[in-house]
Design a protein around this ligand. Structure first.
Ligand code: ATP
Length: 364
C-alpha cells in the first residue's frame, strides 16, 4: 500500500510561484507513476506579497499546516521594497527555522562534468560533498541582541551541548547513508576555530564523542580558514562537513560559487520532526514574471525532500525518484540542452522544467 505524505507548499514571492508550479507538477507526475508513495499538497500563503496585501507575513493557519506536514517545500520569500516598520525584510523562512528548531542547514555542493564553474577539475575528479551549517545558534544567536555603545560593540556566540549532539549525530548518519548510496567515503569533517576560541574546543570535543560512536566512519577536523582554501584547491577531498552557523553561512556561498552560481544550489533545513526544502537563491525580483527563472535549484530541493522522506520512512521508491531527478538535471547540464539564461542557455522556466520530465521519462 502507498505511504501518503502531506507536503505544505509555500510559493513565496518574486520568481517563487514560477519555479514552484513546475516542481509540484513534476512531483505529482513521479508519485502518479508508483504505487509505493503518494503526496498530498497544501499550498498556503506567507511572505512579502502576502504581508503587503494583508499585514500578515506568516498566518497562523499556514504555520499550523507546516507544523503538521511531513515536509515543507518553500520557494523564495522576501522582496527588497517590502519591509516591517523596523526596516527588516519579511523572511518567514527564518521564523520557520526558529519555530521548528531546524538546526541542520544542509547545503549540497555538486559539480557535474561540463557544468560551468570557476574550478578547472582535473581528469577523474568530481565534486560531491555536503556542508551542514548549524542554523539555530552560533553567532546568529546574537541576532537582534548585540550591544552597541559609543565606543564598543559586542555580539555573543552560543554553542550548546544539546544542539551540537543532535547536529553531529545527523552529520554522521548522513555520511553513512551517502556511503551506502556510493556517494561518499563515509567521512565527516568538523570545521571550527578550536585553536583560538574555547567555544570551538567545546564544539570539537562534542564532535569527537559522537565520532567515537561511529567507528565504521571516518572523521577529521579542519580550521575554517584552511577549509575555505581547500574548498577551492581540493574540494573532491570532502564528503560531509559540519560547522557553526556563521562559518556555514559564509562557506555555503563559497560552495554555491563553486557550482557556478545559485541557480543549481538546493538546500534543506532539518530538525528533529520538521524539515524545510528550498533553493539557496532568493526571490530574484529583477527577473520575476518574465519566465526566465532557472527552476533547477527548486527541483533539486524537491529531490532532497524525496531523499529525506524516503530515508526516514524506509521508502526506496522515493529515494530512487530523488536520484532520477538529479540524474536528469545532470544529463541536461552535461549536454547543455534546454538550459535557462543563467546557465548560458535560452530556455524558459517551463521549457527547462519540462526537459527534466522528458529526461526522466526517457530513462524510465
Ligand atoms: P536573498 O537575500 O533573498 O537570498 P539575494 O539578494 O541574494 O536574495 P537573489 O534573489 O538570490 O538575491 O538574486 C541574486 C541574483 O541571482 C539576481 O540577479 C537574480 O536574478 C539571480 N537569480 C537568483 N535566482 C535565480 C534563478 N532561479 N534563476 C535565474 N537567476 C536567478
Amino acid at each position: 500500500m502507498a505511504q501518503t505524505f502531506d507536503i505544505t507548499v509555500f510559493e513565496g514571492d518574486g520568481i517563487g510561484p514560477e519555479i514552484m508550479a513546475p516542481t509540484v507538477r513534476l512531483l505529482r507526475q513521479l508519485a502518479d507513476r508508483t504505487a509505493d508513495y503518494d503526496l498530498r499538497f497544501d499550498t498556503v500563503p506567507a511572505g512579502a506579497t502576502h504581508y503587503s496585501e494583508t499585514g500578515e507575513s506568516l498566518p497562523k493557519a499556514s504555520l499550523k499546516s507546516a507544523a503538521n506536514a511531513d515536509a515543507i517545500l518553500l520557494s523564495a520569500m522576501g522582496l527588497p521594497n517590502v519591509r516591517y516598520p523596523d526596516g527588516t525584510e519579511i523572511s518567514p523562512q527564518i521564523e520557520l527555522r526558529k519555530e521548528f528548531g531546524l538546526f541542520a542547514g544542509v547545503r549540497p555542493v555538486r559539480l557535474v562534468p561540463g557544468q560551468q564553474s570557476p574550478l578547472d577539475l582535473p581528469d577523474g575528479k568530481t565534486v560531491d560533498f555536503v556542508l551542514i551549517r548549524e542554523s539555530t545558534e552560533g553567532l546568529f544567536y546574537s541576532q537582534g541582541k548585540g550591544e552597541v555603545s559609543e565606543d564598543e560593540a559586542r555580539e555573543t556566540l552560543l554553542i550548546t551541548r544539546d544542539v551540537s549532539e543532535k547536529l553531529f549525530e545527523f552529520s554522521f548518519n548522513l555520511a553513512n547513508s551517502r556511503k551506502d548510496q556510493g556517494r561518499g567515503i563515509g567521512k565527516v569533517t568538523c570545521v571550527d576555530k578550536a585553536n583560538v576560541f574555547r567555544a570551538f574546543a567545546f564544539f570539537r570535543d562534542i564532535f569527537d564523542a559522537e565520532a567515537a560512536k561511529h567507528s565504521h566512519l571516518k572523521s577529521d577536523h579542519a580550521y575554517v580558514d584552511a577549509t575555505a582554501l581547500w574548498m577551492v584547491q581540493k574540494p573532491w577531498d570532502f564528503d560531509v562537513m559540519v560547522t557553526e552557523n556563521m562559518f556555514g553561512d559564509i562557506l555555503s556561498d563559497l560552495g554555491a560559487g563553486l557550482m557556478g552560481g545559485l541557480g543549481m544550489a538546493p538546500s534543506a533545513d532539518i530538525g528533529v520532526k520538521n524539515a524545510v526544502f528550498q533553493p539557496c537563491h532568493g526571490s530574484a525580483p529583477d527577473i520575476a514574471g518574465q519566465g526566465k527563472a532557472n527552476p533547477f535549484a527548486m527541483i533539486l530541493s524537491a529531490a532532497m525532500m524525496l531523499d529525506w522522506l524516503g530515508a526516514k520512512h524506509n521508502n526506496d521508491a522515493m529515494i530512487q525518484d530523488g536520484k532520477r531527478i538529479r540524474d536528469a538535471i545532470d544529463a541536461l547540464v552535461v549536454s547543455r540542452k534546454t538550459l535557462t539564461a543563467d546557465l548560458g542557455g535560452k530556455a524558459s522556466t517551463t521549457e527547462a522544467a519540462n526537459a527534466v520530465v522528458a529526461e526522466i521519462l526517457e530513462h524510465a
